[in-house]
Design a protein. Structure first.
Length: 289
């Protein structure tokens, strides 16, 4: 499937039923379009099975709760909607995007408690998130924007508004010939990339930012489990940017990114080493197990 995302053949699940892809539209006064009242999940289906599917559905409901949006579906109903979408589009290997948002209704201001909470499920074929970086390592810029404090927004929600600085930072990175950007957090510690968590390797041990102001990604949690199963020490801690000079390897994790090696961040270079490759290959096997 190719071409503009709004002009394709296929089906999209919206508010309880499958509709034609091109007809999956919302009104211009949809609250989410004006005030970012939207939460979402990005998931991958491998050989007919969505990896960590229920955990994604549970997180969607948690995100809605954190954003004061009670999503009117259960985990089982969300699971059934995902299956119906995959089946309707004849997909066994696909990326799924589940989005819940405040629709148009009686309110059109900041407060919108009377507006309905809507939900949609879409799926399409999507290759490597970073193209050929799987082999040679992605090149990252260091973003000028910082991840916000948990006092400013619920950072545990996978909420649309948290991605505004991601878009800006990724555009700036791409303009410099990079494929992504790494954020520092509001305190100046290493945080994450625009849509993926980050890991570093030094002397056979792994270091990753503490998830106290970033999304504790499901792939992040999976990879930490994989490393611990291999008796590899994982330090979840605050990492200063100047420490990047001493790390030997680096990789990103995310449902879309999977496990992607990093070759460069700003002026710092990393090797695509054996442990990074082992984790990337181990993850590929795990998602298809």
């Amino acid at each position: 499937m190719s071409g503009a995302y709004d002009d394709r053949d296929g089906k999209i699940w919206m508010d309880g039923k499958l509709v034609e892809w091109r007809d999956a539209n919302v009104h211009i006064l949809t609250h989410a379009l004006h005030y970012a009242s939207s939460v979402f999940e990005g998931e991958r289906c491998y050989d007919g099975k969505v990896f960590k599917s229920r955990e994604h559905s549970q997180r969607l409901l948690k995100s809605g709760e954190l954003m004061d949006m009670a999503i009117p579906y259960t985990v089982d109903e969300i699971e059934a909607a995902k299956r119906a979408t995959l089946d309707a589009n004849g997909l066994t290997n696909a990326y799924l995007r589940v989005v819940a948002f405040r629709g148009a209704g009686e309110d059109m201001g900041v407060a919108a408690s009377r507006n309905p909470i809507r939900m949609a499920v879409t799926a399409w074929e999507w290759g490597n998130y970073y193209g050929d970086a799987k082999m040679k390592g992605a090149k990252l810029d260091i973003a000028k924007w910082k991840r916000p404090s948990p006092e400013t927004i619920p950072v545990a929600a996978k909420a649309a508004g948290l991605y505004m600085i991601c878009t800006m930072s990724k555009h700036a990175a791409e303009a410099k010939g990079c494929s992504d950007a790494m954020f520092l957090d509001y305190r100046g510690y290493v945080a994450e990339a625009t849509g993926a968590n980050i890991f570093f390797i030094k002397d056979g041990e792994v270091h990753t930012p503490l998830a106290d102001s970033i999304l504790n990604g499901l792939t992040r949690q999976t990879v930490i489990g994989m490393l611990e199963d291999r008796q590899i020490k994982v330090h979840q801690r605050h990492i200063m940017p100047e420490e990047l000079e001493g790390f030997e390897q680096c990789f990103l994790t995310g449902s879309a990114a999977e496990v992607t090696p990093v070759g460069q961040i700003g002026d710092y270079n990393f090797e695509v080493g054996a442990l990074t490759r082992e984790i990337a290959e181990g993850y590929e096997k795990l998602v298809r197990a």
